[in-house]
Design a protein around this ligand. Structure first.
Ligand code: AMP
Ligand code: GLY
Length: 433
């Protein structure tokens, strides 16, 4: 089977690895990822947000299946262009991916179809209205509507110390975009739930908790994600009924998307927060998470290509996952995220990584003169998998030691100390309510 994959991060390396198990893999990348290119029968480097460049590059090959992975490619209509070129696509159309690239659309869909789990929210186009809502809600999240690489949302307490700073940011966004989304601030534990969708049916993957803050103890600026863990069917701080509530929100959303004439075929990613008052939905993405893809794909017992094919055909049946735990730690360049050192060589002791049971996924690095060099983004995801979370963490931590050079990682991700603190945070919030 010939499969076309668009994208070149660690998330796509994990997808490529699973697809290459039983398919002939072809890849389109914005920068050559040395590991993905090795897995590919053929690869092309071009502007992956330009659908016609992609269709031109891959013309002449009869693909059985296609998957466009990064959010910006979906918003640019890459799935649509490849579908038009005759490829069966397992990733969402531009209209379906709107659930990610237009937060206003997402909240309106939830309102219209009475999908539970939305925080109090308001789409606002005037400064007076923004000031009124901010004063009314008290603590808020101020959100631009479009894609911002996770860096556009600002929250009271974290980014604003007073109302006037908050109103000022809302004003800045209204001036830029004409509209801003204001939500009540939610307090709790965040987690990710991803699912395979075929437009009608949905199959859930195990829940994962990502770590957005740069430094140990969840301090410092937000990043693309410093690492994530999964611990089987549930995360340590959640109850089964709470996971089911999140699943219901996603199931209802897939039904609503179908009724809305924008059926969702692809990976639906729910970013949830468990609060003292139950589950709330923070946002939807129309793709796998990065790093969360590495956690779940390591646990998938079925062939990814079979699941993708069934999604593209509207015949999704089941997806089976092992109950093991996973920990992914991202190695990032020194100085990341504010002043990353780029174009610096790192050496990877692949054999030692393998022999300690870890796996390495290449993110934003490139090859020059036989060396692997850093960029200003995350460099490698190191995965540990085991029957216990403690062991998975140990394996990932050990694996990190075998990449030599100016890179660092958060050593607390997946540790008992940190996961225990999540459990006690939730216990505290539940007690208080
Ligand atoms: P988003 O881009 O919507 O995922 O938001 C980025 C981050 O901002 C989330 O992962 C949360 O940590 C935070 N955030 C977003 N919305 C809210 C909210 N309503 N209350 C509290 N924090 C939020
Ligand atoms: N890990 C966060 C994301 O992929 O959006």
């Amino acid at each position: 089977m010939k499969v076309l994959l668009v994208g070149n991060g660690a998330r796509e390396h994990a997808i490529a690895e699973r697809l290459a198990e039983d398919c002939e893999l072809y890849t389109v990348m914005s920068k050559k990822n040395p590991a993905i290119s090795q897995l590919s029968k053929q690869h092309w480097v071009c502007d992956i947000e330009n659908p016609s460049e992609i269709t031109k590059a891959v013309e002449g090959i009869d693909f059985d299946l296609g998957f466009s992975s990064p959010d910006a490619t979906l918003a640019a209509g890459v799935s649509d262009a490849l579908a038009k070129a005759g490829i069966s696509m397992a990733s969402p159309s531009k209209d379906a991916a709107r659930i990610e690239w237009d937060k206003g659309f997402m909240r309106k869909l939830m309102d219209e179809y009475k999908i539970p789990g939305a925080p109090k929210h308001k789409l606002v186009n005037s400064l007076e209205e923004a000031a009124r809502i901010i004063n009314n809600y008290g603590s808020v999240a101020i959100k631009p509507l479009g894609l911002t690489g996770g860096k556009g949302v600002r929250v009271s307490g974290d980014h604003f110390t007073n109302i006037s700073e908050t109103v000022h940011y809302a004003e800045e966004l209204i001036k830029k975009d004409g509209l801003v989304l204001i939500e009540e601030k939610l307090v709790g534990e965040e987690f990710t739930l991803q699912a395979f969708c075929d437009g009608t049916r949905i199959c859930f993957m195990p829940p994962v908790q990502d770590h957005k803050r740069a430094f140990t103890g969840d301090k410092g600026p937000n990043t693309g994600g410093m690492g994530a863990y999964s611990s089987g069917k549930l995360l340590p701080f959640m109850l089964e009924s709470e996971l089911e509530a999140a699943q219901n929100i996603m199931r209802s959303t897939i039904h609503a998307m179908k009724k809305n004439q924008t059926p969702f075929v692809g990976i639906l990613y729910g970013q949830f927060i468990l609060t003292a008052n139950g589950i709330r939905l923070i946002e939807f993405n129309a793709r796998f998470g990065d790093p969360e893809a590495m956690n779940v794909l390591a646990l998938l017992k079925d062939q990814l290509s079979d699941i993708f094919l069934s999604m593209a055909d509207g015949q999704l049946d089941n997806a089976n996952f092992s109950d093991e735990s996973t920990v992914v730690k991202y190695l990032v360049p020194e100085g990341y995220p504010t002043k990353p050192v780029k174009d610096v060589a790192v050496t990877i002791d692949t054999r030692s990584i393998e022999s300690c049971g870890a796996k390495i996924y290449y993110a934003s690095v490139y090859e020059k003169g036989g060396h692997i060099l850093t960029t200003n983004s995350r460099s490698f995801g190191i995965l540990g998998k085991s029957t216990t979370l403690a062991n998975a963490e140990k394996i990932a931590e050990q694996g990190c030691k075998f990449v030599h050079g100016p890179v660092w990682h958060r050593s607390d991700i997946g540790t008992k100390k940190l996961t225990d603190s999540r459990v006690s945070h939730m216990a505290f919030l539940r007690d208080k309510s």
